[in-house]
Each structure stands twice: as structure tokens, then as C-alpha cells.
Write a new protein. Sequence first.
Length: 437
Amino acid sequence: MLPVTTWTNWGRTATCQPTRLIAPNTPDELAADIAAAAARGDTVKPAGAGHSFSEIAVAPGIQVSMANLGGLIDVDPQRRRVTLGAGTHLHQIPALLDPHGLAMANLGDVDKQTISGATSTGTHGTGLRLGGISTQIVGAELVDGRGARHSFGEDSPELSAVALGLGALGVVTQLTLQCVDAFAMRAHEAPASADEAIDTFLQRCADEDHYEFYWFPHTNCALTKTNTRLPADTPVTGPGKVRRYIDDEFLSNGVYRMLCALSAAVPSVVPSLNQVSGRVLSERTYTDLSHRVFISNRTVRFREMEYALPLPAVPEALRELRAMVDRRRHRVSFPVEVRAAAADDLMLSTASGRDSGYIAVHSYHRDDPLATARYFRDAEDIMVAHGGRPHWGKMHTRDADYFAGVYPRFSEFLALRDRFDPDRTFANPYLNQVLGH
């Protein structure tokens, strides 16, 4: 047992004081710990890297560190599959795959999470021909609510729940991923008007391997990003290290942090600062290995809410969001991020059964919490009206009754929860809200 400290997530939106902190070294040790906790009536919750903005990782009872359950366990080069310990961080995976000429098929733009935390909350990237990270899972092992170990292969009907299980079915100990041959990507970033970005979003998603854009509230400015997949041996091109540092660290993090701090202190200047930010954007193109293009280093802390909408609904929802921000006189310093992903068949995936567009709203972590709550509430009203599904790891106010209406397989998932965790060993306030007791 480790010393207990107060746990806080990255976005400073959730905190807790666990009763105990454990860091098992093997799945068998974890199983014994969970069995003992269940016998006492304690609750158990793994924390991962704490990069969720919702309270999904809050541990009212025993908190589990997965730090000792990471790393590469097995490689099947013929089938291009790898098995990883659940505590492996996304940023560690490229180096593990590189000697085998493999890569993950798709990634989001943050790599701080553990693989089990990212997949359990539905982390996704962008690209209408590719699903979220959980869709890459072809095998899994977990420990259930009474300490029993289970293995699931690609033919196991339960895998469609375990691959994106919210931590409600058990503690995942390892995952097998379907990888692809290593590849490079060419990234093209270009400014555009918000009107153009919204009007062409559906077509651009259909035409490109990966397409997304950012809209700067209070302006008609947007920044588009198009990633094209290329052979792994494509030469690295584009800005040198100094220019990349200036663009990605000094401007995107250092200067932007100062602007956000000024906006938080004097909200009235937000529209003017956004106009400046939106108009100084410049076009650039660069080529590198896939993970170096997918991932952006973000050190400015923020809060985030993201909803998945049926893809055709995205343009209209964005127009409503733009009108709402002005009508309600919100002061929004952070850009709105817009992406898309392919439909999948996972029970609780935000893209389950439908091609989906994602609209993410953010606020600086030092902004007035009441102002952020009002902005997020008004944005959420728009998303809900379009049948939106909130990202499980990001802020929202939806409950089990709502999810029963937007997830056709919701009751099927609840039945599996009753089977794998009948005593609610893995319950916490968040799961009680979104799944019921």
C-alpha cells in the first residue's frame, strides 16, 4: 500500500481523497486486491494518467495505480498485432512498435493517457474512414468485481463492451491492438473563413484521410488541418526544429498561455484578442512519421466538453453555436475543435452505429467557473437537440435516462455490468450518474 495523497486530474475539474492507494505488480496481485476489497464492501477505481475532464476516474475508495502493469507483452508480426500492459502510456507506444515496423492506425492529438484509460473513455482521432482507438482492440483481459480474471478474443461478444467499458465492467490489465504498417503523414495547415470551413466540412471529411478545423469564437476565422497518409520511408520535410519550436511551443503554448491569462483577468478583451489570433495564422506544410503529426504538445490547461453528433448535423449545429455565443454574450478565448470519425459497433462508443462529427468546446482553466458553466450549458443544449452523445471523458450533465435514448445497446451494456460487477465494486458517483446504480 502506498501513501495516500489527494488526486486531481489534469484539467483541474475533478479531485478526490482515496482511502487507499495500491500499485499491483501483476494481474494476479490485482485480482487478489480486488477480491479482498469486494469482500469488505470497498470500491476500487484505476486512475490512469488522469487526463479525463469528467469525474470518471474519481476514486472514493481504493485507487489503483497501473504504473507497474505497462509495457510490451507480445508481438504477432504476421498479423500485425501487439499486446500491451494496460498502464502503457500512448506516448510510449511508438518506440515499442518501431522495431517491428508497426504503428497504431489512428491517434488523437494528446498522448499523455494510458492505453486502457484512453480506450475506456472513448478517445478518438479524426478521419471518416477510421474509428476511435477502442476499435483497434482485438483482445483484452480484465479483473471483474469479485476478483475473477477474464480473457476476451476478437470473437468474444463481450469485447464490444470491454473495449470501451468506462471502467464499469472491471479493471483492464492488458489489451491486444490491431496495428498497421508504419506510415508517414503530410500535414497541411491553412487559415480559412469560418463560413467556408463549416460549409465544406462534410465534403472535406469525405475527400481527405484526416481533416479537422478550429473556429475562433467572436470571429469569422478558422484554421484547417489536413493529414494525408504516406509510405513510412517518405522523407521528413517542412519547418526545421527552430521554426517548429517557435510555432508549437513558443506561440501555441507560451504566448497563448499569456493571452488566456489576460482574457481570464479581463474578459472584455476576448473578442479583440481572438481577432488578432485568428488573423495571424499562417499556412504551413510538413511531413513526418504518423505519431509526430497526430500529436500536439499542449501545456495550456483547459476544461473541455465534446459531443458526437450524427455527421450531417454538424454544420447546422455549428451555425447555431456561433449565433448562441454572440446572442448570450459569452466570452470564449479557446477555439472550438471540429472533427469526424467512422461508425463502429462498440456498445458505448460515441460513434456507435453512425458516422459522427465531433464538436469540442473549451475554456481556460482559470476562467470564471460560473461563466464556463453557462457557456458549456448553452452549448450542450444545442448538442442535445441534435441527438448528441457526450465524450465519456469530458464534461457534460447527461444521465442514464438520456443515454438509454441515444445508445441502442445501452441496456445490453447494463446487463453485462450486472454480470461482471454485480456488487458495484467499481462504482463511483460518475458511473452512478451515467449508468444508474
